[in-house]
Ligand binder design. Structure first.
Ligand code: IMP
Length: 422
């Protein structure tokens, strides 16, 4: 059996949580492979909204085992809060969730280092979610990090104290001021949460997943953030610190490339970005504002307002190329219902030349070239693709032709029921 991958093709917030939730019944295991509490996967079930940060989106299905892979970074405090929130819904989460021993931990000092780094950058700041993601991955690659498996070792407290002490020295060197009392309280809480996590299922998940594949079980690897925020291929340095593309699923779960099956790419019918960095099709006018309002484009993790713009085909094609996407899911189509005209960026003008490649140098001026479409108005009936308005079908067909990948799933609202699978 192969592992299918589901990931975002834009700057995150594409609606991956909803798609995983809709597709989950086809799978026996859902596994997160990168990122951490910077993610916010929103699911709306029977009109009730649930936001997941670290926990895989298969958690609301009782027959699915959920895995947090080695590529994820876990903040014990926010993770335990999330676990307790789901437990309160009557879900026996501890029976449905497995943590990799190799997943790295976010310490309270990682959060402070994140804030200190952003403060030092001033105007050049990344616009980080300030969840400690960058510093935690830095400790991972710098070979200083603490992992979930370390919690089970006798010297854990000493190793924690040593790493935290080192971070505090770094904060002192950066002259970063913080509330000592609040910090000491968060350290205490962190340790209490570690104690709670010790009682959960902690495993060498790479064996669990590969054994499951051998036994013929179907796995869905769930990505966080989006391809344009990838540490290697995103708009560096305005990116996150993990591999958000398809290859990240192999690294972040311990699954070999030959065991990857379908790669499902999720994108919105328009574009959004939260935080700093280039965004060629950004709309700094009433139209952008209208998209933000109708689409309720506010970050599910930080509450920040998202920047909005038209769909960017060169960026989408790049993401499809990097991930080897085999099928596409188009989200939030209904947000554009009220627009008389809908535009798509087909190419860029860079240095007076037409191109469909993103330039390496981010300070280069990128002028989007648009194709205009007639709006489709209200969506009458989503029970079949044939009943969709002709204008919407034209929009969809144009995109499919341009990117050479079929759009299999159309989402016209936040609820599971507002989904059409072609
Ligand atoms: P960090 O990963 O928190 O350090 O944030 C780095 C950049 O990625 C910032 O611009 C964030 O706004 C963005 N980012 C991180 N996680 C997400 C996400 O889940 N959705 C959208 N943007 C994100």
């Amino acid at each position: 059996m192969k592992t299918d991958i589901l990931l975002g093709l834009q700057w995150g917030d594409e609606g991956k949580g909803k798609v995983v939730d809709v597709l989950a019944p086809q799978y026996e295991i859902v596994a997160r492979f990168q990122g951490g509490p910077n993610a916010g996967h929103t699911l709306e079930i029977q009109g009730k909204k649930h936001v997941l940060h670290t926990i895989p989106s298969g958690i609301f299905h009782n027959k699915i085992m959920n895995v947090i892979g080695n590529g994820v970074v876990i903040d014990p405090i926010s993770f335990v809060e999330e676990v307790k929130g789901i437990e309160a819904l009557g879900i026996d989460i501890c029976k449905r969730l497995i943590l990799s021993k190799r997943a790295h931990l976010i310490l309270p000092t990682h959060r402070l280092l994140d804030a200190s780094s952003e403060a030092l950058k001033g105007k050049e700041k990344i616009g980080s979610t300030l969840k400690g993601i960058g510093p935690a991955y830095m400790d991972k690659t710098g070979r200083n990090g603490l992992r979930v498996g370390d919690m089970l070792e006798k010297d854990f407290a000493a190793r924690y104290a040593s790493l935290s002490g080192k971070h505090q020295q770094m904060l002192a060197l950066a002259k970063y001021e913080y509330d000592r009392k609040a910090f000491e309280e968060s350290e205490k809480k962190w340790m209490e949460c570690v104690n709670f996590i010790r009682t959960m299922m902690i495993m060498d998940t790479e064996y669990f997943l590969n054994d499951a594949l051998k036994a013929g079980k179907k796995i869905l690897a769930e990505g966080a953030q989006g391809s344009l925020l990838d540490i290697d291929f995103g708009s560096y340095p305005f990116v996150t610190s993990s591999s958000t593309t398809c290859a990240g699923a192999c690294i972040g779960l311990g699954i070999a490339p030959r065991n990857i099956g379908e790669v499902e790419g999720v994108f919105k019918a328009y574009c959004t970005r939260v935080g700093s960095g280039p965004f060629p099709t950004e709309l700094l006018d009433d139209i952008g504002e209208k998209i933000a309002q109708i689409g309720r484009e506010f970050g599910s993790t930080t509450g920040r307002k998202r920047r909005c713009g038209w769909l960017d085909l060169p960026a989408l094609k790049r993401a499809i190329m990097l991930n080897g996407v085999t099928r596409l899911d188009m989200m939030k189509i209904d947000v554009l219902n009220e627009f008389e005209e809908v535009k798509v960026c087909t190419h860029y003008m860079v240095d007076g030349k037409q191109t469909d490649q993103l330039p390496y140098n981010l300070s280069t001026e990128i002028k989007p070239v648009y194709k205009s479409f007639k709006g489709w108005g209200k969506l009458p009936d989503i029970s079949s693709y044939d009943k969709m308005p002709a204008e919407l079908k034209e929009y969809i067909q144009y995109i499919e032709k341009a990117v050479e990948v079929p759009i299999k799933l159309l989402s016209v609202g936040p609820d599971r029921s507002q989904t059409l699978i072609r």
